[in-house]
Design a protein around this ligand. Structure first.
Ligand code: DON
Length: 527
């Protein structure tokens, strides 16, 4: 079963499994295919995380998150008065972190791959060379972004122009880059012509990534985050993602309350979850960062007595104020521009991958002559203590910029076991809402006993400490519930869709059910 953001990427994953490839083989091929067919988030110029559980119950977590270039420093986005220079961490060559995807895929392949590397990159190469037919949504998104493309790019590229539905869209420069990656592995990206083109792009645009940065990038295997919740085991991403810890904090705090007795989307339900989320995101802002640079108190954060104590001032009838600190402005303009895919092979090996350029088409910068977008992941750092990033998230010392550090992430690729058997593979884009979307999807199935189809498609709500609001999708809560919550002291704000969940559920008879979120063009396919 393969669930991705694009039908052609799903097909690539299934084709690889038909050839005898395992779930990791399919994931590698899907990652490269998404870079071609879903360039707004699929990528080779960004980073991500892979969580794996083998049929024999071995777990692994691969961190191919971008790193701050070596010349980065704490105040690189501040002017001489110490104020944040608007846009520098988002739409400039300075916004780009050293890409991790290609090295990540090479490492995944070395450890678990069964088909040849070339076979896994070839489908993406063919899609780039032969072209794809644009959907209406894809054409619209490209047309909408033209002003940004023109503002930041130093050379013309295939993403510039006017696009329409059904148009054949070829990416010949990207095909050449993919051919180098196919034939030379990581050297095809971090050295040679691709690296030269990337560094030349940096020089033209005053960016700071050097050959040395590229050559020394290393994806790392980390100890997966794995913690129990009732009869389940949550396997997810450890730091530099906040996802695993935060998801576990949410669940293990929720466990103290009779959630099953609450009506779904009642004021009681939304209030409780919001109060838990407020506390968890406050911890995220203070305690989390790249573990190679910052000591994350992981065990303390998920200890049951601590989580119980955190709720001491919880009042079932009124909202606790998130107080102090600058209230973050929450992004409402951009849609969900990270992407997740979930894959289970016929042996029961499971892979959960979330990968990102950060925003829509990342920095919007295409490497001249190499045809791929570069991320703007540097904005995920706390550019100044207390100043919110694009997602309204505030941070502090733990997530301050340092040379070669990884920026804190919310990506939560997860695999959940029930009674030690594979149960669910799940993840989503959505910036800061990723954690709460994965949380809701799982709780909808495990506690509210919803079918997976409903659990993925039911409307979502989200709260993150700062700004002190409950964000809801259109028509999530009825007006009485909204009034009740407002009377408790909550501020409710409607916003664009929250999350695009790609999930697989394993039924007791072993059957796999895949659900792709209809908030996008997403697609689930099985053999
Ligand atoms: O790593 C993170 O948390 C973000 N860069 C993810 C960005 C994202 O999901 C964009 N979608 N709205």
């Amino acid at each position: 079963m393969v669930v991705t953001a694009h039908p052609l990427a799903t097909k690539v994953g299934l084709d690889i499994m038909k050839k005898g490839g395992n779930a990791i083989d399919a994931s590698i091929a899907v990652q490269f295919a998404l870079a071609v067919v879903y360039p707004r988030a699929g990528n080779i110029g960004g980073g991500g995380f892979m969580v794996y559980r083998s049929k024999d119950n071995a777990y692994a977590a691969l961190d191919f998150r971008e790193k701050a270039p070596k010349q980065s420093h704490r105040d690189m986005y501040l002017d001489s008065l110490g104020n944040v220079i608007e846009g520098l961490s988002l739409k400039s060559h300075m916004a780009v972190g050293v890409p991790g995807v290609v090295d990540g895929m090479v490492k995944a392949h070395q450890k678990y791959g069964s088909l040849s590397w070339k076979e896994l990159v070839q489908p993406a190469f063919e899609l780039a060379q032969g072209g794809i037919l644009l959907t209406q949504k894809e054409a619209d998104k490209l047309n909408e972004t033209q002003a940004d493309f023109k503002a930041v790019n130093t050379k013309d590229n295939v993403f510039m122009g006017t696009f329409s539905k059904g148009q054949l869209f070829k990416q010949l420069e990207l095909a050449e880059t993919l051919a180098r990656i196919r034939d030379e592995g990581e050297k095809g990206f971090y050295e040679g012509p691709t690296a030269d083109l990337l560094v030349e792009e940096m020089k033209r645009g005053n960016g700071i990534i050097t050959h040395d940065d590229l050559k020394s990038y290393d994806a790392v295997w980390r100890t997966p985050f794995a913690e129990p919740y009732k009869s389940y085991t949550i396997i997810s991403m450890p730091p530099p993602s906040s996802g695993g810890i935060a998801l576990c904090q949410l669940l293990n705090t929720l466990e103290q309350y009779p959630i099953r007795d609450m009506e779904f989307h009642s004021a009681e339900h939304v209030h409780l979850v919001t109060e838990i989320e407020r506390r968890v995101y406050a911890d995220r802002a203070t305690h989390l960062g790249d573990p190679d640079f910052w000591e994350v108190p992981q065990q303390q954060l998920i200890a049951e007595p601590y989580l119980i104590e955190r709720m001491n001032d919880f009042n079932p009838d009124s909202a606790t104020s998130s107080e102090k600190i600058l209230a973050g402005e929450f992004a409402t303009k951009e849609s969900e521009e990270t992407t997740h895919f979930s894959i289970v092979d016929d042996e029961g090996n499971a892979v959960s991958v979330t990968t990102t350029l950060n925003l829509n088409y990342g920095s919007k910068i295409v490497v001249g002559g190499a045809g791929f977008f570069l991320n703007n992941e540097m904005d995920d750092f706390s550019v100044k203590p207390g100043v919110p990033n694009y997602f309204g998230l505030v941070g502090n010392e733990g997530n301050a910029i340092e040379s070669e550090k990884r920026m804190l992430s919310s990506m939560t690729p997860s695999i959940i076991l029930k009674d030690d058997q594979l149960y669910m593979v799940v993840g989503t884009p959505g910036g800061s809402t990723i954690i709460t979307s994965v949380f809701q999807t799982f709780v909808n199935v495990a506690e509210f006993e919803q079918p997976l189809l409903d659990a993925v498609h039911n409307k979502r709500f989200h709260s993150q400490w700062l700004p002190d609001k409950i964000f809801i999708e259109e028509a999530t809560l009825d007006s009485t519930v909204i009034r009740q919550l407002e009377e408790m002291g909550h501020t409710i704000e409607e916003r664009r869709p929250i999350g695009r969940v790609e999930a697989i559920l394993v039924h007791p008879d072993g059957k796999l059910e895949g659900v792709a979120d209809s908030r996008g063009d997403d697609d689930a396919g099985g053999l």
